[in-house]
Design a binder for this molecule. Structure first.
Ligand code: G3P
Ligand code: CA
Length: 297
């Protein structure tokens, strides 16, 4: 096999991981650079890219009219002005609003008003820059992936769905529409689909074997290797404070990728940044991790 074929075979096999030119774990900005910009917005993704993160993590939910949007919570109330714009629509479930209604919302002003990470107060986010977040829109998945493609960025797409054994009709639609969009845009090598819902992952393994996928867990399964093999996923995405070196070694030797979340404290970022078993670190503070890795802009 000539060198070109070897490189191509490695790329096809490894997908996501080979997209970074850097050594060390992939730096994945959680919900975008969430400590520096309103989460799950295009502004947060652009900022993560400008910082030179490898990719961003984003949460996907479905609107009342079946459109896919970025939103972490089941409701719109924490990160948008839905309660003031639609006062009679409590509890402001995403699934009760159409895309046209959601596009009327301001998904940025809460960040400027609340300064949830104190980064405006410390000056890490300049007051002038923060003002630009006002009026930021809730993106569709289409808009988020279009930006991902334009920037040659990576996207860890989390499909929000309650964990279940049987695939619900809503979860099936959410998954089918996400897969269709990824294929339409040719982004199979630039995304990792993750979910806490094993039913989604089992389904994905049959309908989209070519798309990398990871099981999100709070506590690792008792027989992780056989469980992940049965699900047909490529990765485990465990909560960082529950992983053991033994688990990391076992999964890595079995050929699974590992993306840990959500690592924010400098001491934890330092410790995990040099662990060769870890494929990627999902963090609210990509700027801290990039500095530790010597990749600061
Ligand atoms: O992908 C890791 C992390 O995003 C999962 O938890 O609640 O932040 O979506 P959550
Ligand atoms: Ca998430």
């Amino acid at each position: 096999m000539n060198l070109g074929l070897i490189v191509m075979a490695t790329w096809l096999f490894a997908g996501w991981t080979n997209a970074s030119e850097n050594s060390g774990p992939l730096v994945i900005a959680h919900r975008g650079a969430r400590s520096l910009a309103p989460e799950n917005t295009l502004a947060a993704a652009k900022l993560a890219w400008r910082l030179r993160a490898d990719g961003w993590e984003l949460d996907v939910r479905m609107t009342k009219d079946g459109e896919l949007i970025l939103m972490h919570d089941e409701t719109l109330s924490r990160t948008t002005n839905a309660p003031s714009l639609f006062p009679n629509r409590s509890p402001w479930l995403v699934s009760d609003f159409t895309l046209a209604e959601i596009k009327m919302l301001d998904a940025g002003s809460w960040f400027v008003g609340q300064d949830p990470y104190g980064t405006i107060a410390t000056g890490e986010v300049l007051a002038d820059e923060a003002l630009h977040f006002r009026g930021e829109k809730v993106p569709t998945l289409n808009e988020a992936l279009t930006l991902t493609k334009e920037l040659s960025f990576l996207a860890n797409i989390e499909l929000k769905s309650r964990p279940s054994f049987v695939l619900s009709p809503q979860a099936k639609t959410l998954t089918d529409r996400t897969v269709a969009l990824i294929r339409e845009m040719g982004l199979e090598k630039s995304v990792l689909i993750s979910s806490f819902d094993p039913a989604i992952l089992r389904y994905l393994a049959t309908v989209a074997p070519e798309i990398p996928k990871g099981l999100l867990v709070s506590s690792p399964p008792p027989e992780p290797v056989s469980y992940l093999q049965a699900l047909g996923v490529n990765a485990l995405n465990p909560r960082y404070d529950l992983v053991t070196e033994n688990l990391l070694q076992t999964l890595s030797m079995a050929g699974f990728q590992i993306y840990i979340w959500t690592v924010n404290e400098p001491t934890d970022l330092q410790r995990f940044s040099s662990d060769s078993h870890i494929t990627g670190i999902i963090t609210d503070w990509p700027q801290r991790l990039l500095a530790i890795l010597g990749r600061k802009k």
